[in-house]
Design a protein around this ligand. Structure first.
Ligand SMILES: Nc1nc2c(ncn2[C@@H]2O[C@H](COP(=O)(O)OP(=O)(O)OP(=O)(O)O)[C@@H](O)[C@H]2O)c(=O)[nH]1
Ligand SMILES: [Mg+2]
Length: 203
């Protein structure tokens, strides 16, 4: 990671380019979120879900889904004059766990996307980041036909530490996804004792 800026009050330096993971269970909207916020054409590694995946790929709740990520998604977003985020979307299926250690290397934090119809699917991501001490936020991707739950209900169901932010989002929308990323940055900075919040570009 590149640390070149330090602010005038002598606080800890801010990174200019940081790596963020977008994680969560199968079909929760990770590729959608990275694509929605990315300024550059996102890199995607989608493969068609085939009959061979039946019984392995759990498509309940996302029956219309025809492809799945097999390696990662990659996108980039400029958050402020001195801060660019590089986004890495993880593959959602258990059989691709082996790429997680590579993907998470050097990451500043993570967004764990959740679908309230299949909340338990995000447990492995939460476990993974808790065990590695990587700060994360939980973003509930509000699918049209899913029952709405309060943020506190989600927090309780996922047994989250009180300081882990939980928010609602629509992964298809750039602004909504961007707000999740800003929420993560604020959470990371708070954890590091920093007070300066990056001013989003275009606000
Ligand atoms: N209605 C609705 N559909 C969504 C939303 N986000 C994603 N989708 C749809 O849900 C499906 C799953 O989206 P993906 O972005 O491929 O999910 P993913 O988490 O990357 O999936 P894997 O990589 O296979 O784990 C796609 O058909 C999306 O169009 C959402 O917020 N609302
Ligand atoms: Mg994907």
């Amino acid at each position: 990671m590149d640390y070149v800026h330090s602010d005038r009050e002598g606080q800890m330096p801010l990174p200019t380019a940081v790596k963020i993971l977008v994680a969560g269970g199968f079909g929760v909207g990770k590729t959608t979120m990275v694509g929605a916020v990315s300024e550059s054409k996102p890199l995607q590694t989608e493969e068609v879900l085939t009959e061979r995946g039946i019984g392995i790929d759990n498509t309940s709740g996302v029956e219309a889904k025809s492809t799945t990520t097999v390696a990662m998604d990659f996108g980039r977003i400029t958050v402020s004059d001195d801060l660019v985020l590089y986004l890495f979307g993880t593959p959602g299926q258990d059989r691709f766990w082996f790429v997680w250690d590579e993907l998470s290397f050097g990451a500043l934090g993570a967004v764990v996307l959740a679908d309230t119809r299949r909340l338990a699917d995000c447990f492995p991501s939460i476990d993974y980041f808790e065990r590695r001490g990587l700060p994360f936020v939980v973003a509930v991707n509000c699918f049209d036909n899913a029952r709405r739950y309060g943020l506190e209900e989600v927090r309780r169901a996922l047994d989250l530490d009180p300081d882990v932010p939980v928010m609602l989002c629509d992964a298809r929308k750039r602004q909504s996804s961007k707000e999740v990323l800003i929420g993560l940055l604020e959470h990371v900075m708070k954890g590091r004792g920093l007070t300066r919040t990056p001013q989003p570009v275009g606000h």
